[in-house]
Write a protein that binds this ligand. Sequence first.
Ligand code: GLN
Length: 332
Amino acid sequence: MTSGSHVASAQPAKASSAAWTSSRPPLLRFLDRCHADFVAETGGDVARYIPELSKADPSHFGISLATLDGHVYEVGDTKVPFTIQSMSKPFVFALALDTLGAERVESVIGVEPSGDPFNSIRLNAENHPFNPMVNAGAIACSGLVHEAKGAGAFEHIRRELSRFAGRDLGVDEAVYRSESLTGDRNRAIGYLLRTNAVIKDNVAEVLDVYFRQCAILVTARDIAIMAATLANRGINPVTGEQVTTPYAIARTLSVMTSSGMYDYAGEWIYRIGIPAKSGVGGGILSALPARLGLGSYSPRLDRHGNSVRGIRVCAALSRHYDLHMLNRSDDA
Ligand code: GLN
């Protein structure tokens, strides 16, 4: 890993002894407690819409928190790779803003919450996607990057996401193939977008970019660092690299706030108050501006497609450290 960063620990909570526990930093002890408490939560189920995802181990549970000075705290299964899925959407939106400019992006994708599930096929009154966090808007973003980069679009996305994570990210080829074989609903959305001139390129090529970007492999640790980069105005706190512009970051965090958790977005921001994005692979990425990035992994999902344990972790963290972004004072 890059010099200047510091891994606090990767030990699971159950390995703690009294002496070792007392030497652990308070934040790590808090994460230990979250892990120990919420591992008992066995509600929800792994995603079953494609065969490959249904093979996920429902017992996996990892929590990682990255602070803006480059410390990464880890508890549980933080090194287990899983597919990024919809957590790719904010990063590809930021990339589209930086690559094509806000005017072009905003001419075809809205920023209003839809209140619909992530895979809704409904468009807004202008026949554009409601926002970049639902599949329609994300496929439109992949289309924009394809417009700019052609056959190099996916590699451009993969490299950009790797800079957010601070390491080279790979692809789960089996999940990619499974998505592609069964992705008719996303294809239908793609053709609907093309008939409304939101997508200009070949739909199959754009969908291939989208399916591949969803199959990028990350760990809870990666998404904590990616989230911390969002929280740090686009500078990766571990590598020190400026990955994207503060302009794109502020817009991305805005749509994460209003639409990142789909038809649970209002409830989420009301109760937890941290911009976030979930993925059906079981990850939740939360980015509290100027504070921290949190990545959790547990593949048991609720009916909205959000990780059940991940929601519990974010709620506990927000409550314990009083992190709701609308509950701030000048001296906070
Ligand atoms: N690959 C998934 C899809 O397009 C991503 C959805 C998600 O993570 N919510 O349906």
